[in-house]
Design a binder for this molecule. Structure first.
Ligand SMILES: C[S@@+](CC[C@H](N)C(=O)[O-])C[C@H]1O[C@@H](n2cnc3c(N)ncnc32)[C@H](O)[C@@H]1O
Length: 340
């Protein structure tokens, strides 16, 4: 076998992750590139969503459509020229960032058209829910998560077909509940946990908008780590777990959440409450400066010995333009009992 050299020597755990492919990249103008055999990131984007569109992007902004309304939001990744000059973008609302740090997601506010309603309905896979501008730059849900909603629905379907009962799904950091509603619509029994009473109230609103008042969803206002610890003590288990933790957070009793220190213990707790025949574990990470490989390694470490497969990559939005560009929104890693 050829000896590792160059790039390999600078990367720890080279052997552990099978990182030895010197020269495999082929020649470019007389130069040999080195490819590494790490998990290949997948780019996942929402398909056929009539109520969401990334229309254009560039100059540090993006123009999107949520239902009939268009919005301009800051997008630091859009380091390219827009297809149409950004000054010509027609929008019903613009988020004007504050004067603080570039990556300060808290500052700034919306300039909204007087004709824009406080909230309006959008739909996905037959599910109706609410869009509304929030102080956190987003519209009350994350459209790029749509591929995950469908993937979970496929897992739920397979589980029910195999085991002849609805799977029990836990959604941690569940916010306004679209993943919970979509999973319940797919036939799961869902436990929805979020620390924020306001977020839970939004999830109720979405449940009612969807006409799913009788859906089997338990809504719980609690700190995610504390909830998982309690489920371990109570011997409860889940067939699938979804988690989308923020960088920082607070539980309802002031419990501190920091992704750097708290994610791995939480994942270990999640592994403990997976049922005897679990179907999936899905981790999404927005708020961290890391590649999807980090999420991949964290999840594959936790699921070691469980069989199945982990895949990972990025959730992206794709411009609805010829030759579209994509904007990466989040990293993910997901484990499933059968193939990825
Ligand atoms: C990025 S949002 C999750 C988005 C959601 N997965 C979705 O797709 O709509 C983060 C959520 O975590 C909640 N949160 C923050 N700290 C928490 C904690 N310690 N325990 C439980 N939830 C927490 C927030 O209230 C917020 O709703």
């Amino acid at each position: 076998m050829a000896k590792p050299f160059g790039i390999f020597c600078q990367i720890p755990n080279v052997k552990k992750h099978g990182l030895i492919l010197p020269g495999a990249g082929g020649k470019v103008a007389g130069m040999t590139e080195d490819l590494i055999s790490q998990p290949q990131p997948r780019l996942l984007a929402a398909a056929d969503w009539g109520d969401y569109e990334l229309i254009d992007s560039g100059d540090g902004q993006k123009l999107e459509r949520f239902g009939r309304y268009r919005f301009v939001r800051p997008e630091p990744q859009a380091m390219w020229a827009p297809r149409q000059p950004a000054e010509s973008w027609q929008a019903d609302g613009r988020f004007v960032p504050g004067q603080g740090r570039e990556d300060d997601e808290e500052g700034g506010g919306w300039t909204l058209s007087p004709d824009l309603p406080d909230s309006w309905q959008v739909g996905y896979d037959g599910l109706r829910f609410l869009a509304r501008p929030t102080p956190f730059r987003h519209l009350g849900f994350f459209p790029e998560q749509a591929p995950h909603w469908r993937w979970c629905a496929a897992q739920i379907d397979r589980f029910a077909a195999t085991h002849g009962r609805p799977p029990r799904i836990l959604n941690l950091f569940a916010y306004s509940g679209i993943a919970s509603l979509h999973a319940a619509q797919a036939g799961a029994e869902v436990t929805h946990v979020d620390a924020s009473r306001k977020a839970i109230a939004q999830a109720f609103e979405n449940r009612d908008t969807a006409g799913m008042e009788d859906a089997p969803i338990r809504f719980i206002t609690e700190d995610a780590s504390r909830f998982v610890e309690r489920e371990i003590r109570r011997g409860r288990s889940y067939d699938g777990i979804i988690l989308d933790p923020p960088k920082y957070g607070r539980g309802p009793k002031g419990e501190r959440w920091r992704i750097e220190s708290d994610l791995v213990p939480l994942l270990q707790g999640c592994r403990q409450i997976l049922s005897e025949n679990p179907r999936f574990l899905l981790l999404t990470i927005y708020a961290i400066r890391a590649s999807s490989q980090a999420a991949h390694y964290a999840l594959s470490g936790i699921m070691e010995g469980a069989g199945g497969a982990v895949s990972s990559g990025e959730l992206v939005s794709v411009e609805s333009q010829p030759d579209p560009r994509v904007i990466s929104q989040a990293n993910f890693a997901r484990w499933t009992a059968e193939g990825a």
